[in-house]
Design a protein around this ligand. Structure first.
Ligand SMILES: Cc1cc2nc3c(=O)[nH]c(=O)nc-3n(C[C@H](O)[C@H](O)[C@H](O)COP(=O)(O)OP(=O)(O)OC[C@H]3O[C@@H](n4cnc5c(N)ncnc54)[C@H](O)[C@@H]3O)c2cc1C
Length: 426
């Protein structure tokens, strides 16, 4: 029996992202296209920055790669819950996109407003039209908020930046014995353990506020990830502080009065943190890459090319794609490498039909979650392409969680995030 190369990799390697996302995908030799080609990457987050970097690292030197993002730096959501307890500052999470210029990526500070798949061009908010041979769309997620909700009055802090600061300031200004209400949307949403990790972080901050409570209203039937650790943390460590309620769906919000109306009655809080329902980014939806009635972009996981007719030269990676793999920064980084490899092979004239045979396509994801001020838990899984269904499936035996929290995990969380940021943005 041959040994599965995925499972022979140590769990530690996977967790620390020593080879984030490229475990079975060896870097291709420089792939040469017949004539110089141009790949345009829209969005410089975890997915887009990794794709732009690896297209240049693995591609022929003549390959032109342009990365377009309206921001000068990307602010990482990964580790952003630690801004809420002041363990980190937002500036620790900012990564200048100019870092990719050293690989030969052209970085344009602009927003992609329109995509014309037939003309193979995009229109920027500057009015400029830019052509492409291949287009990679990202953009993360966009939100569908409940009635009466606004991000100003009930911040989500689910995109790192001003929202994170706003929520932190409100937590710090909570009255004595106050109530923090947070809501979790139905899956899929970005970072499956993220909301439960936030509940722990806020509960830990509120330890010094006697009588203060964290009410978690979860639209799902139960904890979605790292279940063993969070169940123990909620029931033991933060018993009397965290009040976890599954199957509670938000119907409307009156933030001024501190009211959240749900299918399980009305809850009153002093600080309200609404994490709304997710869907593909406005960029991807406006490009027409999401069919009517769907929230995510359908793609072929061998290349992340859109499966919609007329969209063959458009690839969608990261949170906006709809393969069913977890929506995480680590996963976005892994998908970007699969996509970059596929684009280079296609531009070099390889048939997409042979890709499955020549490439053992795998991706992986890891999430560390702070549980206390200096202890964390972790969760990891490996996905592999299943030729029978054409889908990415969890590799049996690869899904694992720490089953508790420790100081060592907390230290490794910083190694893991530094590896991921370096591999993505530097
Ligand atoms: C609190 C929190 C904690 C998290 N923790 C973890 C974790 O521990 N581990 C983990 O792996 N993941 C974690 N995540 C999830 C992770 O942040 C996302 O899954 C990841 O950011 C997705 O990458 P992306 O490239 O799809 O989107 P993003 O990283 O959001 O990047 C999107 C980019 O697109 C740009 N953009 C948007 N519109 C346009 C446009 N029209 N034109 C050009 N550019 C545009 C934006 O400016 C942005 O730079 C966490 C998320 C949150 C909210």
């Amino acid at each position: 029996m041959t040994k599965d190369p995925l499972l022979s990799q140590s769990r530690r390697d996977i967790l620390l992202g020593a080879s984030a996302g490229v475990m079975a995908l060896s870097a291709p030799a420089r792939l040469r296209a017949a004539t110089p080609k141009h790949v345009l990457v829209a969005g410089g987050g975890f997915a887009g920055s990794t794709a732009a970097k690896y297209l240049r690292v693995w591609g022929d030197p003549s390959l032109q790669v342009t990365l377009v993002d309206p921001e000068k730096s990307h602010t990482s959501c990964v580790m952003s819950n630690l801004v809420l307890n002041r363990s980190l500052r937002l500036r620790d999470l900012r990564f200048p996109l100019s870092g990719l210029e050293s690989y030969g990526v052209t970085v344009l500070r602009a927003k992609v407003d329109k995509v014309d798949p037939a003309a193979m061009s995009v229109k920027l908010d500057s009015g400029e039209t830019v052509g492409y041979d291949k287009l990679v769309l990202t953009g993360g997620v966009s939100f569908i908020g409940p009635d009466g909700w606004s991000a100003r009055t009930a911040p989500h802090a689910w995109k790192a930046g001003a929202q994170t600061t706003l929520l932190r300031n409100r937590i710090e200004a909570m009255p004595a014995g106050g109530t923090f209400i947070m809501t979790i949307p139905k899956s899929p949403y970005r970072c499956p353990p993220g909301p439960y990790e936030r509940a722990c972080t806020v509960a830990e901050v509120l330890h010094s506020n006697p009588g203060a409570r964290v009410v978690v209203l979860d639209a799902n039937a139960g904890i979605q990830a790292t279940k063993v650790s969070f169940t123990r943390a909620f029931n033991e460590l933060y018993s009397g502080i965290i009040d976890y309620r599954p199957n509670v769906e938000v119907e409307s919000v009156e933030a001024g009065a501190g009211l959240v109306h749900t299918n399980a009655g009305t809850f009153r809080g002093d600080v309200i943190n609404i994490i709304p329902t997710h869907r593909a980014s406005a960029l991807v939806r406006r490009a027409g890459a999401v069919p009517k009635g769907s929230k995510w972009a359908p793609v072929d996981p061998l290349s992340y090319a859109s499966t919609l007719a007329g969209y063959e030269n458009i690839h969608v990676i990261g949170d906006s794609q709809g393969t069913g793999q977890p929506k995480s920064g680590h996963m976005a980084n892994a998908q970007a490498k699969v996509c970059a490899d596929a684009i280079l092979r296609i531009l070099a004239g390889e048939s997409i039909d042979t890709l499955a045979r020549v490439r053992a396509v795998t991706t992986n994801s890891a999430c560390f979650s702070p549980i206390t001020a200096d202890e964390a838990s972790w969760l990891t899984a490996v996905f592999a392409y299943d030729e029978t269904t054409g889908e990415m499936r969890v590799v049996p035996g690869s899904l694992a969680e720490s089953g508790g929290w420790s100081r060592e995990n907390y230290r490794e969380m910083f190694d893991w995030s530094n590896n991921l940021w370096t591999d993505t943005f530097k």
